[in-house]
Design a protein around this ligand. Structure first.
Ligand SMILES: [Zn+2]
Length: 253
């Protein structure tokens, strides 16, 4: 009897998440864009509100996991995750991620995945430099993944371009982006966030051909295994919908 008790204790220590083994977990993936303490904007969150969001999730028993861990689970490569997993992501590459988001996630030790479109980096105003991105990656908290090269609206591009030009354009946006991020920052880029949340079966196929294994869109739903790998939803944080969004996330529905 003592031996059985001993075995249970050892197994619990070795595999702390075993009791949460479950193939139908729901994982809220939260999407931020820009941060600013004073200048408001619909996709701009104050650092204070951002920190309050994170603390609220912690208070409700959520565990921050990396997007890579969530992807492994969604792909069926692992069946266990910490209790109430939640993922933080930020799109585009705004400099405010470096200025305001970085100090907070460093203090609270929270993993973040950034979806970057390289056309903006060290190029557009208010966007990060390659050195800043390298520093974020070097911190061990940030993973950098793809968001196409120039953040196109694929619906508009399709209308404007001939069929063959459109196909070349899509390939370039998906392939070159991945190549630049890998060359500049090292590591593999296998995840994609659809610009403006626009996707269709053609784009999904092209993304798979380019080497992406999972893609993320916008949708007020938790990610789970019932979604297609190229259509996993994320909760986009918009200022005037923040409270409703967090109510959904906290309720797990
Ligand atoms: Zn974007």
């Amino acid at each position: 009897m003592r031996f059985i008790y001993f075995c249970i204790v050892v197994l619990t220590i070795l595999f702390p998440y075993t009791s949460f083994a479950n193939t139908s977990l729901n994982i809220p993936i939260i999407l931020y864009h820009n941060f600013n303490p004073t200048v408001p904007g619909s996709m701009t969150v104050t650092p204070q509100k951002f920190e309050a969001n994170l603390k609220l999730l912690k208070e409700h028993g959520f565990t921050f996991i990396s997007l890579k861990e969530a992807v492994e689970y969604l792909q069926g490569k692992r069946n266990t995750l910490p209790p109430k997993p939640v993922v933080v992501t930020a799109d585009d590459g705004w400099e405010s991620v470096y200025t305001y988001m970085y100090p907070i996630v460093k203090r609270l030790n929270i993993p973040v995945t950034l979806f970057i479109y390289p056309g903006s980096i060290s190029n557009e105003k208010n966007f990060m430099s390659w050195d800043q991105l390298k520093e974020l990656k070097g911190s061990g908290l940030f993973d950098i993944q793809g968001h196409t090269y120039s953040h196109p609206n694929f619906k508009i591009s399709k209308r404007k371009l001939s069929a063959s030009s459109y196909e070349q354009y899509v390939t370039k946006e998906l392939v070159i982006s991945k190549r630049i991020l890998e060359d500049k920052l090292g590591g593999k880029v296998t995840l994609l966030a659809w610009p403006f949340g626009i996707y269709n079966s053609y784009l999904e196929n092209e993304a798979e051909k380019a080497g992406y294994v999972m893609a993320f869109t916008i949708g007020y739903h938790t990610a789970n295994r019932s979604f297609k790998p190229m259509e996993q939803p994320r909760f986009m944080i918009v200022d005037n919908l923040m409270n409703q969004t967090f109510r959904i996330i906290l309720n797990g529905t």
